[in-house]
Structures are given as C-alpha cells and as structure tokens.
Design a protein around this ligand. Structure first.
Ligand code: ADP
Ligand code: ZN
Length: 609
C-alpha cells in the first residue's frame, strides 16, 4: 500500500471519515515522510488527525506534548474508543500508573502517548525516550511558546531540546492562533525553520455572527436562548466575577442549567462546574475569560457575550469555542453605549507602559469599529487577520439583514459642539439632557440652559442621541476622560467634523422587534426530528455515564445528525456515516439502531393515526 492509501484506509475504517479535509492529506504525507511541519488551522479544523494518523503509520510511538490535562484526557478517551492504544502522562497520575505506562512504552504497547511539557522535559523521561522507537513528536497548542500571548507556558520554551536530542525524528507543531508574529515566534523558538508551513483559512463558516444593541440584556439573552438554543450547551461571557454569578443564578431561576465559572471560585467548584459542562447535555457556563482554553467540547452550540471583548483577537478566540464539530453554532453579543464608555475608560486609565497602552487602544478601536460596521462581519474579521474572503458571507447579521445608514454629519456636529460648550466636563446622560432641552437642577446649576446647544436636539429622541454618542465614541470622534468619571473629550478627529470638512455616516438603529427575527442560515435539527434527536442524545449519555466519559466521546453531534439525516437501518448503512468506524460500530451500533427503529415505529403510528 502506498503511504497515502494507507492513511486513507485508517481514516475510513478506524476514524469512520470518508475523506481528508483541507490540508490534512498533505500534512500527513509530509510528516509520514519524516519531515517537520507547522500547522495553523482554526479550532475545529481537524488538527488532531494530522499527527494521529502519521503516528499510526510510522513505526514506533507518537509522542504528543499538550499543555492541558483535561485536553489530554479527552483525546486519549476518544482514541481508546477507536481501539487505538493511547495513554497520557502528567502530574495527576499516581506513581504506579506512571510506572505501568513507562513499562508499556518500553514494551512497544502504545501508538500514541500524551505528555504534559514539564513531564516530558524531566531527565528521567528524556532518557526513557532515548530507548524507544519514536514515530514523531507533536507539539500541540504551539502558540504557548509565545511570551506575548496569554497562554504562555514557560516549559514550552525548552521544547527545542527535542530537536537537539532527537534530530532524526519529525516534529509537527500545531496551533489555532492566526497572527503572523506568533507564527514567527513558534518557528524560531522550536527551531522549525526547515519545516513546511501549512496555513489554513481562519474562517469558521459554521459560526453565525450577530451583534445586537443592548437593551435589557438579561431578557435579550433569555429570548435568544429560548428561541434558538433550547437544550443546547453554550458559554456566556461576562466581564466581572460578580456578574457571572448573578447571571448564572438568574438563568437558573428561569429554568435553565447555568453554572458560574471564574478565577475567584474555589478550585473544586470550578472543576465540578467544568465537569458538568463536559459530561452533561445542555449545561450553560457563565464565565469570565478564565474559562475556555482547553475546553475541547465539540458541541458548544453558542457563545454569548454580555460584555465586549477587548480586541478582535479575543472575540475570535472566544467565539471560536462554538461549533468545533462543524455544525451550525451562534456567536451572539449584546453591546451598548455603556460598554463603549467602560472600555474607553479602562483603556485610558490603564497603568501599562505607553507603547503597550497605544497598542491596546488600537485593538479596542478595531473591536468597536467591528461592532458598528455596516458590511459583512466575517469579511471584516478575516480582513483584520489579513485574509481575503467574499464580501458577503450570508451568515452574519449584517449580511442577513443589511444595515441602513444615514448621513449623521449634522447630528454629530451638534453632539460634538455640545461637548465643547459644556467644557468637556460631562458624561453622555447630561449631554443628551442639554441637547433635548431638559430642565433639571444640574442644568440650572451649571447654567447650561443658556448655551447655544441647549434644546437643539429635540428633533431626535433620547435613543437616537445615545446611538449618535455611541458611534462617535466607537469611531474615535470622542473619548472618555480617565480622570473625569466618564466625561467625554473631543479628539483630534472631532475638528474636521465640527468644521464641516468631514461627513460622517452612521448605522441606522433597527427596531428591537425586527432584530429578534433574524435567524442563522440553518437550524440544527428540524422540529419534527426533535424527539429522535433527544432519544439519540439520551442513548449516548447512558453509554457515556457507564464509562465515565463525556457523551460526545461516544458519538458527537455531527454523527448523531448523520443518523437523523440518513436513518440507517443496518450495520452496513451505519458504517457509511461520518464518525462511525469499525470499533464504534461494534461497540454501539446495535444500541443506536434500536433507538432509530423504535422511533421509526412511533413515527409510522403517528402517520397512520
Ligand atoms: P482541532 O484540534 O483542529 O480543533 P479536531 O482535531 O478536534 O480539531 O477536529 C474537529 C472535529 O472534526 C472532530 O470532531 C473531528 O473528528 C472532525 N474531523 C477531523 N477531520 C475530519 C475529516 N477528515 N472528516 C470529517 N471529520 C473530521
Ligand atoms: Zn456576512
């Protein structure tokens, strides 16, 4: 058999997939041939197969370095289901198990063994490895070598030792981090100069992006969950610890299963919540950004943001945790004036060094611009990562419901002039009161009823003015005074507008009732198939419980959806579906066929009656 036909054979019979995706085949070919490779692929792109298959094809054991214990355990569980001989070694294992695995390694009993970096770098381990036949080294989450990234792991810096001590063994480094700087850092730190680089598109076509105007966020979130994600697992991100707890308990009161997660919770609580998220269906985690990295759960169906991420990179990474299995998923965010004020204030008052502060401010500007954009969100995001894509994706809110714009030059001039006349000492609420000609104590005290801008905004309502101020801030025409408790300041960009030298165009606000009717390109399961879907899920949960593994390890959502779409009747038909290989057919085929048959009978009965 040639190299590639052998790879395809394993892909089909062991993993149960029909064909390779994207660069997978080329990457596998490269590594099987004994050469190094760097793989940049988005989350859910299918990175694992890129090292798992070569490890099975090449003689010896594949050694995988992975930074996260939960991730390792998950990968090993998934491989064991396929009757692939896999194990992991990290600090959580008792001594006798470590010894047993080491003995197994010496006896050639494993196809793949995962190591935590600190374990791999121990002298004892390196000496053991020197006595083995090694198929390859895979360095997963390779961006952890980057000191600039927030996933930096000091142990990762020493992984170049692998190249020095085992120069003949191919190494494959993998990451889902897109940016150029990180890529270059990985190459130098890991001495991968000789390796071929495979850069996949960073688009996540199955994710529907939507950013909605904040207006009673709790109710908005609840409506979103009830109308689009009933019974789904997902993540809700909030900025503060307190808010995650309040949101989780509020959602629980609404009858959902929602658990908080943040760095301030005791370790065992955090662990318990994470385990429930992984091992039960339909659990919602309400978290700060402390939650995410290492969450390998493929069937996260939505990621909701109640607060704005600090950069497009962060938004991409956080929303990217949805839909790893390739099935439709939603990235939903509610965003409003207060978010802009808060983040602008944070950026201004940050104690970081000036150069760093400038960088942070640019990133925030890009994020705010992204929220206010009137063209395709996906196009803009990919462009930000220097990737070209079609100008209309058809699966984001602005594509599905084109945004109308208006010439806001005159309104912007009035707003900016009001900031100027009140001496740049007031926040949005007061400024709008002045524009609307309100009569209150503050206005009297400061004599603002005598200003030329007093009452000149009565043609627009309060909400319209809020929208104007929000967009002025988001686009950099106004900023927030860090010393002045949120008073607005003019910027270098204000003047051309005030002088009539620059036109400004803003998004027209869409009525809330209309926004909630946009729905993503395709919903996952049709209403008439919901019963079968639940029955299939119940079946996998039962099997998973008895083995102490997460349900998706048995069959993930993508495979269950294949069952619904194809209604297999026989083992042969089942085997043809994506995600059903020979081992899983033998282990679970009969049970799932039974569920499908039972449903068929009920279905026929319904039709007859
Ligand atoms: P990553 O590590 O890049 O985030 P994974 O390796 O976990 O992604 O793969 C994501 C999902 O895609 C998994 O459910 C995996 O089984 C599936 N997958 C990978 N390669 C293929 C393929 N060639 N055909 C079908 N499904 C695939
Ligand atoms: Zn779009």
């Amino acid at each position: 058999m040639t190299r590639m036909s052998q790879a395809l054979d394993i892909l089909q019979h062991t993993f149960g997939y029909e064909s390779f995706r994207g660069d997978q085949a080329a990457i596998i070919d490269e590594v099987v041939a004994g050469r190094d490779a760097l793989v940049l692929m988005p989350t859910g792109g299918g990175k694992s197969l890129c090292y798992q298959l070569p490890a099975l094809i090449r003689p010896g054991v594949g050694i995988i370095v992975s930074p996260l214990i939960a991730l390792m355990k998950d990968q090993v569980n998934a491989l064991l289901q396929l009757d692939i001989r896999a194990a992991y070694l990290n600090s959580t294992l008792p001594h006798d198990e470590v010894e047993a695995i080491e003995a197994g390694l010496l006896a050639g009993e494993y196809d793949l063994v995962y190591f935590a970096p600190e374990r791999l770098l121990q002298d004892r381990t390196l000496q053991l490895l020197e006595r083995l036949e090694i198929a390859l080294f895979a360095i997963d989450e390779a961006h952890c070598v980057s000191q600039w990234g927030h996933d930096f792991r000091v142990d990762y810096l020493q992984l170049n030792i692998l190249h020095e001590r085992f120069p003949a063994i191919p190494r494959i480094a993998l990451t889902a981090t897109a940016d150029d700087r990180t890529r270059k850092e990985i190459v130098t730190r890991l001495q991968l100069e000789q390796g071929k680089q495979f850069v996949d598109s960073f688009d996540r076509p199955n994710i529907h992006y939507r950013i909605t105007r904040k207006d009673n966020p709790k109710q908005q979130l609840l409506r979103f969950l009830q109308s689009e994600h009933k019974g789904d697992a997902g993540i809700v991100y909030c900025l503060s610890r307190k808010k995650t707890e309040q949101m989780a308990s509020w959602l629980t009161n609404q009858g959902l299963t929602a658990l908080p997660y943040h760095a301030g919770l005791p370790g065992n609580t955090r662990h318990a919540h994470q385990e429930r998220f992984l091992n039960e269906e339909a659990v919602i985690i309400v978290a700060t950004i402390a939650f995410g990295m290492g969450i390998n759960k493929p069937d996260v169906r939505f990621v909701a943001h109640l607060d704005l991420p600090k950069s497009i990179e962060a938004y991409y990474q956080e929303t990217g945790r949805a839909g790893r299995d390739g099935l439709p998923a939603t990235a939903w965010m509610a965003y409003g004036l207060e978010d802009v004020v808060k983040l602008r204030l944070m950026a201004e008052s940050s104690s970081a060094a000036q150069s760093h502060k400038t960088l942070e401010r640019h990133k925030l500007d890009a994020m705010l611009g992204f929220c206010e954009i009137d063209s395709c969100r996906r196009y803009a995001m990919l462009k930000y990562f220097a990737e070209d894509s079609p100008e209309h994706c058809g699966n984001c809110d602005t594509c599905l419901q084109p945004v109308e714009t208006w010439d806001a030059t005159n309104a912007a001039q009035r707003a900016l002039s009001c900031v100027y006349r009140t001496k740049q000492m007031f926040g949005v609420v007061h400024l709008i009161d002045v524009l609307l000609g309100k009569d209150n104590i503050k206005i009297q005290n400061f004599g603002h009823h005598q200003l030329s801008t007093y009452g000149i905004g009565k043609d627009l309502g309060k909400d319209a003015w809020r929208s104007v101020f929000r967009q002025l801030m988001a686009k950099g025409y106004l900023t927030v005074d860090s010393a002045g408790h949120g008073s607005l300041l003019l910027t270098e960009f204000s003047k051309p507008v005030l002088k009539g030298e620059e036109q400004v165009t803003f998004r027209k606000e869409v009525a809330m009732s209309k926004i909630s009717t946009i729905s993503p390109r395709n919903t996952l399961i049709a209403d008439e198939d919901q019963d079968l879907w639940q029955a299939l899920k119940a079946c996998r949960t039962l099997l998973a419980k008895s083995q102490g593994v997460p349900p998706y390890i048995i069959f993930n959502d993508a495979t269950l959806k294949e069952f619904i779409d194809h209604r297999p009747n026989t083992a042969e038909q089942l085997l043809r579906l994506k995600g059903v290989g020979e081992s899983k057919l033998e282990k679970y085929g009969e049970q799932f066929l039974r569920v499908l048959r039972e449903n068929e009978i009920i279905g026929v009965g319904d039709n007859g009656g």
